[in-house]
Structures are given as structure tokens and as C-alpha cells.
Ligand binder design. Structure first.
Ligand code: G6P
Length: 611
């Protein structure tokens, strides 16, 4: 949610910023801008995608060795040139970019208005910037001190990065609640919301913690807390390759990421699943096994697609471990008064590890004594760091806004966690345990097989591209997959879609069924198969258009359905990992057929770092 990038050093800053903004565009893309120190401060910004900013700057003198850039996802103020970042302070000397929300901005704005300040934008960012400028003038202090004083008054979440015309050799940055990575090069520094703009130049990075301030020169990085005490920067090595964040011949990141799934799932299993000895090695689970297997209750906290992974995990953990599980939206959990006890375990699921609601929900559960286990994709992210223990999903960088490979990796990790706990708890028999280990081992090959139906799905997509609504139905482990399929379609093609438990559709959604409504059944072979066949009949009797994900060998549903997407048979516990893939492809190809920007769907952002 908003991408920020900054550079200081001997290179030309603008090309570094531009490339960085393109890499961060998945975080927000309603407007963008850069500020450069080039004989004074120059600020350029534009409504629309980064390419539009780039076009508007052709022919301009953009020479500079220090600069900041921003791609925005609007919170305060509509997407427009004037609300785009960077913002400039009233006296024109400071420029600032911001990711987050300043909650008490109205109060600060009133104070500044009384002092005669006026504002060029509707943003909370400009308010904070002028607040900083005002402190600087009144206290006759440097920018660093003014930022420190200002941040003590600020309520909300932020990463801010500032340029000061009077101190062209220094960039100042601070963080609370939003992500910030600093790349440490030779005589140069890079700052960004995630490592993707940095990876090309250096693999040495420092993750900034909340309430820390960075004072950055080309050849010096000083970290301080808000009390002005120095902190030693902890330099880490990035474990990421440049190829991982490029499209590699695919038209879109989403398609690339869908097709990466055999590899990402393999990576997720690698070193963990041992089918010769029938073991699962996960240090985060093993080291905390008493806590996990004796949990009174497991509460899963997540948002969006990660929440759907949580719903699948609920079914799996209850079945295999016999521990009660609740699945909560982080945004609800954090604001109600949930009952959490010491013996409760929280599993927080997040691709980015930066979702604001999930972070605060974790803090809340932690305060009440719960043990926090993070299932996170981005290494070194906030959720990975605030969890007591965890397991990474190792899906690699996910750039497409609609989550695909991160979701299947989450399902794989959660299944392994459940299996490991069940084994330690003796709630699973040897035979079933060994069978499921084998099933997990076979998943990458089965996913490869599913991907062979790419062209079949593409043709189906063309038939349904003009639908205005769609219903997705599934039972048991496939019910959350129906929700996920519907979410993917909504996100990518803007077709209204709803996911429902197949039986529950009789309590409402069936009223929508007519000859124009596509109904997507997730109907792979499992214990509910006969029941779902009846549901297919019910839709057919009302002339709905039936599209079904079915297991190979199913001869009943093809006779009733308009279109089928056939996947290999699998145990019902691992079936969701396979059955979701045709639905990812379906939404992708419907989006493409409708001419939608599938990697950057309107109004969405990959990483929701505001509540
Ligand atoms: C946004 C993204 C989704 C994602 C959700 C949760 O809505 O567009 O793809 O599922 O946030 O994000 P997280 O990073 O916590 O999994």
C-alpha cells in the first residue's frame, strides 16, 4: 500500500527511482512522483501509473545524486496530481514521501491552520510535513531533531522519507508500522518498501524497526531511536535473485506466478518433507511442540486470500489434530474484545508479513498471553519478526496483486504443520500419516499436470467473459476454495462473484440462478462427492450454466456440466492445493478477455499497510 524508494550516492538517482517505482507499483498505482536534489529541490508528480510519470518527464533535466520516489494508493484525498507524493513543505525546502496513515492529522492540521499554514493537497502527509517544518522553524533545529519531536506527537502508521534542500547530502527516514528496507552499497544507500528495487544493486540490507530513525548519507548509515540514542544497524544478506522479480517471458506476473507453482510448492517442501523416513522437519514447530500440541485452541488470524488458507487449515487441523480452531479476520479481531487465554495459539498467516490489521491483531493476542506462530512469505517482514515462532512459505516474491503461488504455499505449510502436530499428539494413525506425507510429496507433479489444461481454461474463459455475476460452490475442504475462486474473479475481472458452501446455496443464492448465471462447482472426488452431484442437479434444473472442477475419472458431472476442468485425483486434505489452480487460471483468462490490467486491478494493492 504505497511504494517508496530513495537513493543517495554516485549514480544518477532518477533511473534508480524509476525502476524501483515500477517494481513497487503492485503496492499502489493511482499516482506517482519523484523529488530530486539538483541545484535545489525539484518535485515532479503525476496522476496515473508510473509509465505516465515517466512519459511526462521525457526531455527534462533530471540530473541528481539524491532523490525520493513514491507510487500511491490513495487514503486521504482522491488520486490526482496535487495529492500525489512527494509533498513539499510550505517554504519549499523539504520534500517527503509517506506510506501509512496519520490518524491525528486533523488535529495537527487545525493547529497549523491557526498558525497561517495553507495546504496544497488533501493529504495527511502534507500535514505531517508542515508540522515538521514548523517545529524546525520554531525550535531553530535541524531536520533530524524536528522529525524526532514531530513523531512523538504522531498517532498512526508511517514510513516517511525526507529530502532537505539545505542538507543535500542527507536523507532522513523513519518507520512505525509500515515496512522499510535500506540497501547498503559501496558508497551508496537505497531505501524501499521491499527489497525488489534494491536487489539489483546490493544484497546487504538493514530492516528498520518501529520507532527508529535513519540518517543516511552516501557513505554512512546512522540509526537512532526516538530518544536520540544510536542503534547498531544489523546488516543481513538478501536471499533473493533478480530473476525472481521479473516476468521471465510471461505476459503478466500473475500468469508467471500461477505457472511457478510446481516449483514454489517443491521449494516449500524441500528440506522439510522426508518420504523415506516419513518425517517433517520444521524447527519452528519442533521447538515449540509442547505449546502447539497442548493448545486449548488455535485461532487463525489473516486477511484476504490468506484468510481463505486459514479456513482450509481449520478443517485440516481439526480433522488431524483434534484441536478446536477458529478463523478470524484480523480487522474484526483487533477491534472486538476477543477472549484469548494463555494456552491459546495464534497462527497468523500473511504473504507480505506487513498487513496492518494482522500486525495489530497479533499484538493484541500477544498482550493477552497467546503464543504467536507466523506463516509468512516475505523473509524478515514485520509479522515474521513479531511472532514467537513460525514457518516461511518460501514461495519467492509475489508481485501480481492477486495472490496465487503464496496461497498454495500457505496451504502446503499449514498441512505440514497440522501433520507434524498430529503425529506428536498421536491423533493420527501411522498409515494415514504416511499416506498424507506421500500425497504432499506428489503435489508438485500433480500441479504440473493441472497446468496442462491451460488452453482448456482459456477457451472456457472466453465463453463467460460477459457474465455480470457468478456463483462458486464447494463443500468441505473445497468450500474455502469456492470463496477463493470467487475472490480471484472479482479482483481480476470485476465480475461480481460469491462463494458459498454448496448446500447453503439453497438458503438464498439459488434465487439468482437462471440461464445467464455461471455456477462454478469445486467438485473433486471426496466424501461429499455424491452430495455435490445433487447440488449440480439442482442448478441444472434451474438452467444455470455449470462449470466444474472435477477429478479425472469422474463420469457423472461431465454429463451434466457445460464445461469441466479436470484435475488429478488427490486425498481430500491436499485437494484444495490442486483444485484452486484452474480457478486462478479462469479468473486470469477472463480478466485478459475483458481487457483488464490483471497485475494491477483497480483500487487494489498487494500489501495493505493501512487499516
Ligand atoms: C491484499 C492482497 C491480497 C492478500 C491480502 C492479505 O488484499 O491484495 O492478495 O491476500 O492483502 O495480505 P497478506 O500479505 O497479509 O497475505
Amino acid at each position: 500500500m504505497c511504494g517508496i524508494v530513495a537513493y543517495i550516492g554516485p549514480r544518477e538517482a532518477y533511473p534508480v527511482l524509476l525502476k524501483g517505482l515500477k517494481r513497487l507499483e503492485y503496492r499502489g498505482y493511482d499516482s506517482s512522483g519523484v523529488a530530486l536534489l539538483n541545484n535545489g529541490l525539484k518535485v515532479y508528480k503525476k496522476k496515473g501509473k508510473v509509465a505516465e510519470l515517466e512519459e511526462s518527464l521525457v526531455g527534462k533535466d533530471l540530473h541528481a545524486h539524491a532523490g525520493i520516489g513514491h507510487t500511491r494508493w490513495a487514503t486521504h484525498g482522491e488520486p490526482s496530481d496535487r495529492n500525489a507524493h512527494p509533498h513539499q513543505s510550505a517554504n519549499g525546502k523539504l520534500a517527503m514521501i509517506h506510506n501509512g496513515i496519520i490518524e491525528n492529522y486533523a488535529q495537527l492540521k487545525n493547529e497549523l491552520l491557526k498558525k497561517g499554514y495553507s495546504f496544497k493537497s488533501d493529504t495527511d502527509t502534507e500535514v505531517l510535513l508542515n508540522f515538521i517544518e514548523d517545529i524546525q522553524i520554531n525550535n531553530d533545529c535541524g531536520l533530524e531533531e524536528a522529525v524526532r519531536i514531530a513523531l512523538k506527537r504522531v498517532v498512526g502508521a508511517y514510513v516517511i522519507v525526507l529530502l532537505d534542500e539545505d542538507n543535500p547530502d542527507t536523507i532522513i527516514a523513519a518507520r512505525k508500522g509500515s515496512p522499510l528496507v535500506i540497501g547498503v552499497g559501496k558508497g551508496e544507500h537505497f531505501l524501499a518498501s521491499d527489497a525488489s528495487p534494491i536487489i539489483e544493486y546490493t544484497k546487504e540490507v538493514v530492516y528498520i524497526n518501529d520507532y527508529e530513525l535513519a540518517i543516511i548519507k552516501a557513505d554512512e548509515l546512522v540509526l537512532k531511536n526516538l530518544g536520540n540514542e544510536k542503534i547498531t544497524p544489523f546488516v543481513q544478506k538478501l536471499d533473493m535473485e533478480l530473476a525472481a522479480i521479473e516476468k521471465g517471458g510471461y505476459d503478466h506476473f500473475m500468469l508467471k506466478e500461477i505457472f511457478e507453482q510446481p516449483d514454489t510448492i517443491f521449494d516449500c517442501l524441500r528440506g522439510r518433507l522426508d518420504i523415506i523416513n516419513n518425517t517433517i522437519t520444521m524447527a519452528g514447530v519442533q521447538n515449540n511442540i509442547e505449546q502447539l500440541k497442548n493448545a486449548n485452541r488455535i485461532i487463525i488470524i489473516a486477511c484476504g486470500t490468506s484468510w481463505h488458507a486459514g479456513l482450509v487449515a481449520e478443517y485440516i487441523i481439526e480433522e488431524l489434530c483434534r484441536i478446536p480452531v477458529e478463523v478470524e479476520y484480523a480487522s474484526e479481531f483487533r477491534y472486538r474484545n476477543p477472549v484469548v487465554h494463555k494456552g491459546d495459539v495464534i497462527i497468523a498467516i500473511s504473504q507480505s508479513g506487513e498487513t496492518a490489521d494482522t500486525i495489530v491483531a497479533i499484538d493484541k493476542a500477544k498482550e493477552q498471553g497467546a503464543f504467536i506462530f507466523g506463516v509468512v512469505n516475505v523473509v524478515g517482514s514485520s509479522i515474521a519478526r513479531i511472532s514467537h515462532a513460525g514457518a516461511y512459505t518460501h514461495a519467492g516474491p509475489e508481485i501480481g496483486v492477486a495472490s496465487t503461488k503464496a496461497f498454495t504455499a500457505q496451504l502446503v505449510v499449514l498441512t505440514m504443520i497440522a501433520l507434524k502436530i498430529a503425529k506428536e499428539k498421536n491423533s493420527i494413525n501411522e498409515e494415514r500419516y504416511a499416506h498424507l506425507i506421500n500425497e504432499l510429496h506428489n503435489i508438485p507433479e500433480k500441479v504440473k499436470e493441472v497446468l496442462l489444461i491451460n488452453d482448456v481454461v482459456k477457451n472456457i474463459a472466453v465463453k463467460y467473459k460477459d457474465a455480470t455475476d457468478a456463483l462458486y460452490l464447494g463443500r468441505g475442504y473445497n468450500f474455502p476454495i469456492a470463496l477463493e475462486g470467487a475472490l480471484k474473479l472479482k479482483e481480476i475481472s470485476y465480475i461480481h462473484a460469491e462463494g458459498y458452501p454448496a448446500a447453503e446455496m439453497k438458503h438464498g443464492p439459488i434465487a439468482l440462478v437462471d440461464e445467464n448465471l455461471p455456477v462454478v462447482f469445486v467438485a473433486t472426488k471426496d466424501i461429499y462427492h455424491e452430495k455435490i452431484i445433487s447440488n449440480v442437479q439442482e442448478i441444472k434444473a434451474r438452467k444455470g450454466k455449470i462449470i466444474a472442477v472435477i477429478s479425472s475419472g469422474d463420469e457423472i458431472i461431465p454429463a451434466m456440466a457445460n464445461d469441466v476442468m479436470i484435475v488429478p485425483e488427490a486425498d481430500e486434505i491436499v485437494a484444495p492445493i490442486i483444485s484452486v489452480i484452474p480457478l486462478q487460471l479462469l479468473s486470469y483468462y477472463i480478466g485478459i478477455a475483458k481487457g483488464c490490467d490483471v497485475d494491477k486491478p483497480r483500487n487494489l494493492a498487494k500489501s495493505v499497510t493501512v487499516e
